[in-house]
Design a protein around this ligand. Structure first.
Ligand code: TYD
Length: 202
């Protein structure tokens, strides 16, 4: 099984991934944890190029193709081999981030981003995508040092959030929005229940 986590910046996604990992370890359930962009030697090098604040000249198309290139490597080197062995794979961001950020945020269009990502993803789509549903105005964005993407305007992040919501509608139930509670443990319970209902974890 393959599960991805999505959300805008500062919605507590990393905390939720940590709490899920703690639960799975406590209950003796093994999983392979990856993040995008990154998680292979080559993908981490691509990540550094994408997020480097000095790369002000990077065009939107270059950015979109670099995310797809990083993904192509991760899918072939880690995700597919793990799924073939019957492992549970948990990915911090995946192709829906490209559609939301590059497709809607950068306005390259969802259709174009889907086409670019088709060869990258190579039919390897999540069984479930958990979208931590907190709008940019309610998030904790801006409370830490910003990388190149985090320096974007509020308007950009509104477009990204809207993009995720469009994706949910088009996803036939694959993407599930989880509204975070003030108590992170309550949110974690919601996510664990959802994954149990879907038969992904025990
Ligand atoms: P990261 O520090 O991993 O952010 P976060 O903790 O919010 O997940 O940086 C990844 C950044 O890249 C983040 O701003 C979202 C963006 N991104 C895209 O724009 N397109 C993509 O396809 C992916 C995977 C990430």
């Amino acid at each position: 099984m393959f599960v991805s986590f999505e959300g805008c910046e500062g919605v507590g996604k990393s905390t939720q991934l940590r709490l899920l990992k703690e639960y799975l370890e406590k209950t003796g359930q093994h999983a392979v944890y990856v993040r995008e962009p990154g998680s292979t030697a080559i993908s981490e090098q691509i990540r550094n190029v994408i997020l480097d604040k000095s790369n002000v000249a990077m065009t939107e198309m270059t950015e979109a193709l670099l995310y797809a290139a990083s993904r192509a490597q991760l899918v072939r080197e880690v995700i597919k081999p793990a799924l073939e062995k019957g492992e549970l794979v948990i990915c911090d961001r995946y192709v829906d981030s490209s559609i939301a950020y590059q497709g809607y945020g950068r306005e390259l269009g969802a259709g174009l981003i889907r086409r670019i990502n088709e060869p990258a993803v190579d039919d390897c789509m999540p069984d479930l995508t958990v979208f931590i549903d907190l709008s940019p105005e309610n998030s904790w964005r801006g409370h830490r040092a910003a990388d190149r993407l985090e320096q974007e305007s509020n308007e950009f992040f509104d477009k990204v959030y809207n993009g995720f919501n469009r994706e949910i509608e088009a996803s036939n139930g694959r993407i599930v929005a989880v509204k975070p509670d003030i108590d992170k443990n309550v949110t974690s319970q919601k996510i664990i229940s959802l994954m149990r209902e879907r038969g992904i974890i025990k």
